[in-house]
Ligand binder design. Structure first.
Ligand code: ATP
Length: 343
């Protein structure tokens, strides 16, 4: 896209990421995003938001949106995010996100957005009926990140293309307004075995909140019975697990289940395969179910605990929003000055 060479950015490592309040969080969100947030909060300055402005790019019931935001916040807390260490806030409580997004709408090029595969997937066959917000979603995402001059963005593999666009917007802004290094070119942290968890019903589609089939995903709020049933019903083939990774990769559903086991257990797929090669799913699935119940059961229980006290969640989110506004305000003020805006 842009041919500008990256300029070294001298700021401290700052992490920013978020999840949309579009439904129950699942294993993919947990392994691809939440686990990483929790780990990074002790190593960097961490900002984690609930992306309600992104959520309304597709219809959300206004009567439910606030409680959906609280549910995501509860999942953050239950998976170990500490509001004394990380800044946790609702996106819509910091209006600077929208202001910067407008400026970036004027920096990003139509041709760049035309290439975004997530818009193509989410808009389906009738893209003329999709909201304009869904189309410019990655521009708002660039604003979310650059408003805090974040340098690292822990996300699942599905967000890699959007992160490339953020870098292109940052580089073009720095170049066009002749402010080299003003915005960092943030790095996507997608590594790790949980980077792309696939649907339990279709090994070629990613596990997603918006998949209509509840059996396609394991939700963080699922109880032990539901987790066991969903793993039992997960689509597989009749063959035992193979000896080599190449053979495993040729079988997407089997590869996904081994990958889930590896991610939950903090091991590589190779190590898991070495242990289970030759076993059929009749014996592998119950072991996977035991592991999933052991790892996720306590997260679900903690989530229910936080959700029983919505006033405390609101207090955490309001305090986080105040802190986020403090950090964002001077950066936005500088951007407005660079652009030549009034006031
Ligand atoms: P929706 O279906 O509403 O788009 P989603 O399940 O894709 O929701 P998002 O809110 O878009 O979830 O993403 C939140 C975070 O979870 C992002 O970092 C995203 O990359 C990560 N993520 C989402 N799905 C997966 C998955 N299947 N595997 C790994 N990471 C994932």
């Amino acid at each position: 896209m842009t041919d500008q060479a990256p300029v070294a950015y001298a700021g401290l490592a700052r992490v920013l990421s978020g999840v949309q309040p579009t439904g129950a969080l699942h294993l993919g969100n947990y392994l691809g995003a939440l686990v990483k947030f929790t780990r990074l909060q002790h190593e960097t300055e961490t900002f984690i938001f609930v992306a309600d402005m992104h959520a309304i790019t597709q219809w959300q019931d206004p009567k439910l949106l606030k409680s959906q935001v609280r549910e995501i916040a509860a999942a953050y807390l239950a998976s170990g995010l500490d509001p004394k260490v990380a800044t946790i806030f609702p996106q819509s409580a910091v209006t600077a996100h929208a202001e910067l997004a407008w400026i970036f709408n004027c920096v990003a090029r139509l041709g760049w957005l035309d290439r975004m595969t997530q818009f193509k997937e989410k808009s389906g066959k009738h893209k003329e009926r999709a909201s304009v917000g869904l189309y410019t979603y990655p521009v708002l995402q660039a604003a979310d990140i650059l408003l805090y001059k974040a340098t690292q963005v822990p996300v699942g593999e599905d967000q890699r293309q959007h992160l490339e666009l953020t870098r292109d917007i940052a580089a073009k802004f720095n170049h066009d307004y002749e402010v080299p290094g003003f915005f960092p070119l943030p790095e996507a942290l997608t590594q790790g075995p949980g980077a792309r968890i696939m649907s339990l019903r279709d090994g070629s589609a990613k596990m997603s909140k918006s998949d209509p089939s509840d059996y396609s995903r394991i939700n963080l709020t699922d109880d032990a019975d539901a987790i066991v049933q969903k793993i039992k019903k997960a689509r597989t083939d009749p063959e035992p697990l193979p000896e080599t990774m190449d053979e495993l990769k040729a079988r997407p559903e089997a590869n996904n289940l081994v990958g889930i086991y590896a991610a939950l257990d903090g091991r590589t797929s190779e190590a898991v395969l070495a242990e289970f090669a030759g076993q059929g799913f009749g014996s592998f699935k119950p072991k996977l179910a035991d592991l999933a119940v052991a790892k996720l059961g306590s997260v679900g229980e903690a989530m229910r605990g936080y959700m029983s006290d919505p006033a405390e969640i609101d207090r955490i989110l309001d305090a986080g929003a105040a802190r986020a506004r403090e950090v964002a305000a001077p950066i936005l003020a500088e951007v407005k000055q660079i652009v030549g805006f009034w006031g």
